[in-house]
Design a protein around this ligand. Structure first.
Ligand code: GTP
Ligand code: MG
Ligand code: ZN
Length: 290
């Protein structure tokens, strides 16, 4: 029988088979690697008891994201709060690069828009609209952007990603009043969430639309990519790349660099460019080590 893994938990996989959730074990060969079966995986199950079975095979994945670890999503909605916790745009850019490298389309939500002045929000949004990505300011308190987000989830398989406390579960509850996902207070002292969501879980918002709620994370992760391909993972750089003087320009110290010019005149945000340089150094350092 075929099914979709809705979540994995301490050695068990919960698999949706024609609307029923089956508790499945993994066959020995899948125990070898830690993340061998992920939420979103399509699997072949052999029945062992009533609504219990063994996963015989994981079918080939269309996509695969590392953080959060999910399979077969088409879209990632990256959720950051405008404040509490303050948006860490370096982490946002890392998730964007990861999504581009995995061929998953990103959408950015700046949530808790009710907590900041319009001017601040507009600055944040304008910076990221320059990338060409869709940016949706949202608030589960005022309801801003909730309809837009619902429309954006329609007919797709989406994962929500972002730091703990940004409001991912709250947004899903707002989009789909039938959900009652657990949400948690952001601690006043450290301004961080407390990892209320504990595991990635695939949920159906409406027939044909699936969404994965995932635990927040803040680790500064970068996938395995060649430094030469990094600029292509910044869609706001793309139109400038052919205009650099040097072939193989890495847009650092090279003269007559079209990317640096675009930053100077404001077509590319300075912060994005700064983060590009940080990621580039990291990749160069990695290549040196291996
Ligand atoms: N003011 C305001 N608070 C919000 C908004 N959205 C969520 N919150 C609050 O932010 C806190 C964290 O929300 P969650 O939905 O648990 O955040 P999360 O991203 O799912 O966090 P993890 O599950 O830990 O990754 C809760 O206290 C929510 O009530 C919003 O739009 N405005
Ligand atoms: Mg959550
Ligand atoms: Zn250049």
């Amino acid at each position: 029988m075929n099914g979709v893994v809705v979540r994995t938990y301490s050695g068990f996989c919960y698999v949706d088979i024609e609307g029923d959730i089956w508790e499945c074990r993994l066959r020995g060969k899948f125990r070898l690697t830690k993340q061998s079966v992920l939420a979103g995986d399509r699997v072949k199950v052999k029945e062992t008891a009533d609504k219990k079975g063994v996963i015989e095979e994981v079918l080939p994945r269309a996509t695969r994201l590392d953080r959060p670890a999910v399979a077969n999503v088409e879209q990632v909605v990256i959720v950051f709060a405008c404040r509490d916790p303050a948006p860490q745009t370096e982490l946002l850019d890392r998730i964007l690069v990861q999504a581009e490298a995995a061929d998953i389309s990103p959408v950015i939500c700046f949530n808790k828009s009710d907590l900041v002045e319009d001017e601040y929000l507009e600055g944040l949004v304008a910076d990221y609209r320059k990338t060409g990505y869709r940016v949706i300011p949202t608030s589960t308190v005022s309801g801003t952007g909730v309809d837009q987000l619902r429309e954006c989830l329609h007919g797709r398989i989406t994962v929500l990603a972002g730091p703990s406390g940004a409001g991912k579960s709250s947004l899903l509850n707002a989009v789909h009043p039938g959900f009652s996902l657990k949400t948690g207070k952001v601690s006043d002292k450290i301004g961080r969430g407390r990892h209320t969501t504990r595991y990635a879980e695939l949920l159906e918002t409406e027939p044909g639309s699936m969404v994965v709620d995932s635990p927040g994370f803040s680790s500064l992760y970068l996938p395995e990519i060649d430094k030469e391909s990094l600029p292509e993972l910044f869609p706001d750089f793309l139109e400038h790349l052919d205009r650099c003087k040097f072939n193989g320009c890495l847009h650092r110290a090279e003269p007559e660099c079209a990317v640096k010019k675009a930053v100077k005149v404001g077509h590319i945000s300075e912060k994005r460019y700064e983060h590009y340089l940080i990621f580039l150094e990291e990749l160069i350092e990695r290549e040196r080590r291996y």
